[in-house]
Design a protein around this ligand. Structure first.
Ligand SMILES: [Zn+2]
Ligand SMILES: [Zn+2]
Length: 503
């Protein structure tokens, strides 16, 4: 519920985007199109906007002519993927002339038996395609790149190779707007020419931003030399870079903050669909750009999450930062096939920052670990029920606590040279995915661990992209825990907060 709230400062342009080619209005917060006639309800029920505030959004929306759901013009092959909409893994039926799309194998099997009255014949009955939909709910209708569909009913051999290659072509073929912006982008000799606005962002990145996100001369070289070269070939990386630069400018220019934030959002919206698509077809051609983009994604996630959400405690389903944590966690596993290539290529300094295993195990007598584990060992059965700690929760908690103690040991070695990448990778990317489920449920144990993680992050909050946000996180954890946890957990939290404040 809370997740739908829109900050007071958000302008209609930041929430609603009209796509003239399809005549739909996308909610940039929800990442889907709002049905014509349902705009007021959407603003009221999803985003809880009061009548007075709603008016400016409704007025803004009323200038656009929206197509009926049934008469929407779907994207042609130059328009796919559509900006601002997520991309899902999907399947296309390859029965001649059919082209039915769905999201699961189960549904495709059902389609084959009910429509084609056949059970699965061979491996070539359907193929993987990226899917998007303008609407959710009963108006959900998937579409894909029509070029993939056209080829999917051709001869199987041809179709297979097309489905493997076409998405990559889609990514590297910028759409018209982009083509204008990037037409003369020539990476060689750093001779890059963009629109005035984008040029400004690009300059700022090349002069300032890259330094602020580097850690040491090696990564600095990659951010300064290699990333811009890759960005010339991969528009999503260029957009990610410019989004990051715009956020950096927003953080240091209060007067133009809004305009820079808007530019950042626009670039990020252009970057994400193509990035998603690329991650579905990782190969040696695009893996470097994907890994580089992950860094911009994190900076974007950390800094833009501040606007109306608390760091790491935003709702992951609708978070404006598009689940950057899970993208980050999955991103690295998506790259596992090309990891050794990355480790030995020009991006080796980046690859070195993402370790599968941080190689540190906390000592069983580590005071932090002992204290964290006391939160579950004190729970007799009665206490367990109060804390809602099932056996599995205990396992998740113990695992996260062990890794947290290891992370403290790991980060201690860096001292003042600790980078945000080390801090994130030391724990956030290592805990079990179920930990985040516990966090979503405001589980006291999960919040207690996060409070300790905040201690580890605190030295970094002077970085522009964290800008005081870790302190806010600690306050928020306190508010959520107070009166909602056992006395013991509360005491442990108070100790952690005292340590945090003394830093
Ligand atoms: Zn919305
Ligand atoms: Zn079919």
């Amino acid at each position: 519920m809370i997740s739908g709230f829109i900050s007071e400062k958000v302008h209609p342009v930041q929430l609603l985007r009209y796509l003239p080619a399809h005549r739909v209005l996308i909610c940039l917060h929800c990442h889907y199109a709002i049905q014509p006639g349902a705009i007021v309800r959407h603003l009221k029920e999803i985003h809880h906007l009061k009548r007075l505030r709603r008016r400016e959004f409704v007025e803004y929306a009323s200038q656009f002519e929206l197509a009926d759901i049934d008469s929407i013009i779907l994207p042609d092959e130059t328009q796919f993927p559509v900006d601002s909409l997520p991309i899902h893994d999907g399947l296309a039926c390859r029965f001649e002339g059919c082209g039915h799309l769905c999201a699961t194998i189960q549904r495709m099997k059902a389609h084959w038996s009910s429509v084609h009255h056949l059970s699965r014949r061979s491996d070539g009955d359907w193929c993987s395609v990226p899917l998007q939909t303008f609407f959710r709910g009963n108006a959900l209708r998937y579409f894909t790149n029509p070029a993939l569909l056209a080829s999917s009913t051709d001869s199987p051999e041809e179709a297979m190779s097309t489905t493997e290659e076409s998405p990559i072509t889609t990514i590297t073929t910028p759409d018209l707007d982009e083509a204008q912006g990037l037409s003369s982008l020539v990476a060689y000799e750093n001779n890059i020419s963009l629109s005035v606005e984008n040029m400004h962002l690009f300059d700022h990145y090349m002069q300032h931003t890259y330094k602020t996100i580097s850690c040491g001369p090696e990564t600095e070289n990659v951010f300064r030399i290699i990333v811009p070269q890759l960005a010339a070939k991969f528009p999503f990386l260029l957009h990610g870079m410019l989004a990051c630069s715009a956020l950096h400018l927003a953080s240091s220019n209060p007067l133009n903050k809004r305009s820079y934030m808007l530019q950042a959002i626009q670039h990020q919206d252009q970057a994400l669909p193509a990035f998603h698509l690329a991650t579905m077809h990782v190969d040696s051609n695009n893996c470097q750009a994907i890994l580089s983009y992950a860094f911009f994604l994190v900076v974007y996630g950390l800094s833009s999450e501040s606007e109306d959400e608390t760091l790491l405690l935003g709702n992951r389903q609708t978070s404006s930062s598009s689940n950057w944590i899970s993208l980050l966690r999955n991103g690295c596993s998506m790259l596992c096939n090309v990891w050794s290539e990355l480790k030995h290529g020009p991006l080796a300094p980046f690859a070195a920052l993402w370790r599968d295993d941080i190689g540190v195990t906390a000592d069983a007598n580590d005071p932090l670990l002992v204290s964290l584990l006391s939160a579950i060992s004190e729970s007799s059965e009665a206490a367990a029920s109060i804390q809602r700690l099932s056996g599995n929760d205990v396992h998740i908690y113990r695992d996260a606590a062990l890794k947290l103690a290891g992370a403290f040991e790991f980060t201690r070695r860096f001292g003042a040279s600790l980078s945000v990448w080390d801090a994130l990778n030391s724990w956030l990317t290592q805990v079990l995915p179920e930990y985040f489920d516990l966090l979503d449920q405001n589980h006291p144990g999960a919040l207690l661990l996060l409070a300790h993680y905040a201690i580890l992050l605190k030295p970094l909050q002077t970085e522009w992209f964290l800008n005081g946000r870790v302190t806010k996180l600690m306050d928020e954890i306190g508010q959520r825990l107070e009166g909602n946890c056992s006395l013991h957990i509360w005491k442990l939290f108070l100790i952690a907060r005292r340590e945090f404040l003394s830093l």
